[in-house]
Ligand binder design. Structure first.
Ligand SMILES: CCCCCCCCCCCCC/C=C/[C@@H](O)[C@H](CO)NC(=O)CCCCCCCCCCCCCCC
Ligand SMILES: Nc1ncnc2c1ncn2[C@@H]1O[C@H](COP(=O)(O)OP(=O)(O)OP(=O)(O)O)[C@@H](O)[C@H]1O
Ligand SMILES: [Ca+2]
Length: 522
């Protein structure tokens, strides 16, 4: 019979796509780890009236909902319905499969969800209600949902609630919303452990409560770089399966004062200026970045300053590697091993004090430090394609003063297969920490009374055509502007965890990937 597979002399199945409701006939191979839920199914009249099944007295059925992997890392929920005449046999199967699912201990049972109704195209609430909530309820996940009423609502709330009763926190929004939840969770962990975040040398306590990102923002860089696609249903399914991806977090300090954490981009110059301009254009939605990007490109400002960094010697990778960080990445695993060895030898001080610092002075169009590739729909390979999610390092990219045409060539390479680091005016280093001081603040520190220079700086800021190097830029920290231009940055290896598994290797025949199958199981 069309759409039906004989699995057992007494048990039959047909498969269908949950979203498309189309019946298809191919065999489906599904590992237990990719089953979303198993449910008793009412056998409706329409199904009953197919062919010889009409003759059967009473049919009993159950449906197995599972992850179907489509192209470009997109996941969907599919289902296979099995039925037979023997009620006892049917119940046994349902029970056995449910028990197998119960044994998947990494799956969340209770989640705290924050929705930003104003992120991206303002679709957060609709996306959650229509696409995500039904899947969570199918997977028997209970949720406490908070719709945020103002900026920092989620962050502040995480200091008040009993976070330990949840298996994870989900944020529906963009990178800014993720940043809020991350600051809330990491901040709360440090507070509960008596760690002072203002100490730039403090060993921070890892946060084991995973964060899930349902992308509904403008860039969604963190979701794209850790899942391979910015798609709410795919992300919801990663959460349901209980995936776990550790993530490096950089702490940013100024004068022994904690400023922010960063997981994606810390950008001074080009990306700092784009952000500052785009904040005034929030009403434009995601388009504001293209508008401000074009404007900032034309202004072509460069900035003078000094960077000091310590190379990341603990990791074998290099930003010029051809290999990418993918699911089960060997380099990130090595860092994880080192981290657990370090924590065994607790009490040992960080060795960075003993290691040499490299110092670079110059005029820069952009200074970018990325702890992950920063891949996003605008740039699918990202700002540093070989950066690792969890190796304890960041890639420091220095784009020196060059012509507008050369800078455009550099930018365009973020969108094609050519190497964006293969320019004489671009340098890239893998680092574990760095410091930056702008020339202006160095000068100001040496002569605080030099008001004339400050005034001139203000004057030049008001003339976009002037490419002068007297004004400061600002830091773009994961989409938020920092108050200080002088910063001290340190990467904390795998400080937090996401409901994700990194980007999976491309596989032409996704089905061939599966290790076991429902058929084998039966
Ligand atoms: C000619 C085309 C060149 C295209 C070059 C595209 C490079 C795009 C690289 C994107 C990197 C995103 C890094 C992620 C940062 C997030 O933590 C942060 C928070 O969401 N997003 C932004 O700051 C938002 C940053 C948004 C950046 C948008 C940049 C747009 C540049 C447009 C330049 C136009 C030049 C045209 C000349 C004719
Ligand atoms: N109810 C709210 N009203 C106003 N602002 C909010 C509210 N909830 C959260 N925010 C703030 O909105 C900012 C932006 O949100 P979000 O990151 O979701 O969208 P986006 O900026 O469009 O996307 P991206 O960060 O990817 O560019 C966040 O920094 C967050 O602090
Ligand atoms: Ca990293």
């Amino acid at each position: 019979m069309k759409g039906m597979t004989k699995l057992d002399p007494q048990l039959y199945a047909f498969t269908y796509g949950c979203e498309l409701s189309c019946v298809h006939t191919e065999n489906c191979f599904v590992p237990i780890s990719e089953i979303i839920a198993v449910e008793e199914t009412e056998f409706n009249k329409k199904q009953r009236n197919i062919g010889r099944w009409q003759k059967m007295a009473k049919l009993h059925a159950f449906t197995v909902y599972y992850v179907k992997k489509a192209r470009n890392h997109r996941w969907r929920c599919s289902g296979a319905t099995f039925w037979c005449e023997d009620e006892h046999l049917c119940n046994q199967w349902t029970q056995a499969l449910k028990e197998l699912l119960e044994m998947q201990k990494s799956r969340p049972k209770q989640l705290l969800v924050y929705i930003n109704p104003y992120g991206g195209k303002r679709q957060g609430k609709r996306i959650y209600e229509q696409k995500v909530a039904p899947l969570f309820s199918l997977a028997s996940i209970s949720t406490d949902v908070v719709i945020t009423e103002h900026a920092n609502h989620a962050k502040d709330n995480l200091f008040e609630v009993n976070i330990y009763k949840y298996d994870g926190v989900v944020c529906v929004g963009g990178d800014g919303m993720f940043s809020e939840v991350m600051h809330g969770l990491i901040g709360r962990m440090q507070k509960d452990s008596g760690i002072d975040q203002n100490n730039p040398k403090a060993s921070l306590v890892q946060c084991n409560i995973r964060i899930g990102i349902i992308p509904a923002g403008s860039t969604d860089c963190i979701c794209y770089s850790t899942v391979g696609i910015s798609d709410p249903v795919t992300s919801a399914l990663h959460i349901i399966l209980g995936d776990c991806q550790p993530l490096d977090v950089s702490s940013v300090h100024h004068n022994n004062t904690f400023l922010k954490y960063s997981v994606s981009l810390l950008g001074y110059g080009f990306y700092g200026d784009i952000l500052k301009d785009s904040e005034k254009k929030r009403w434009m939605g995601p388009m504001r970045y293209d508008y401000s990007g074009f404007k900032t490109f034309l202004s072509h400002h460069y900035y003078e300053g000094t960077i000091a960094y310590q190379p990341a010697k603990h990791t074998h990778g290099s930003p010029r590697d051809k290999e990418r960080c993918r699911t089960g990445c060997y380099i990130c695993k090595q860092s994880e091993k080192q981290l657990s060895e370090q924590s065994k030898e607790r009490g040992l001080k960080h060795e960075e004090g003993a290691e040499e610092w490299k110092v670079i002075k110059g005029k820069f169009l952009a200074i970018n430090a990325v702890s992950m590739s920063c891949a996003c729909p605008r740039s699918p390979k990202g700002l540093s394609p070989a950066a690792h999610l969890a190796d304890g390092s960041a890639d420091l990219i220095l784009v020196r003063k060059c012509s507008r045409f050369d800078f455009l060539r550099y930018l365009v390479r973020h969108t094609n297969q050519d190497d964006q680091f293969d320019f004489p005016f671009v340098d890239v280093y893998r680092v574990k920490c760095f410091q930056f001081t702008s020339k202006l603040s160095e000068d100001n520190e040496s002569n605080v009374m030099d008001i004339g220079k400050k005034r001139f700086g203000q004057f030049c800021r008001d003339h976009p055509a002037c490419c002068c190097n007297i004004v400061n830029s600002t830091w773009n920290c994961d989409g938020e502007t920092l108050d200080s231009s002088a910063v001290e940055v340190r990467v904390h290896c795998q400080l937090m965890k996401l409901f994700a598994r990194g980007i999976e290797e491309d596989c032409k025949d996704e089905a061939a990937h599966s290790q076991s199958s429902i058929e084998q199981l039966l």
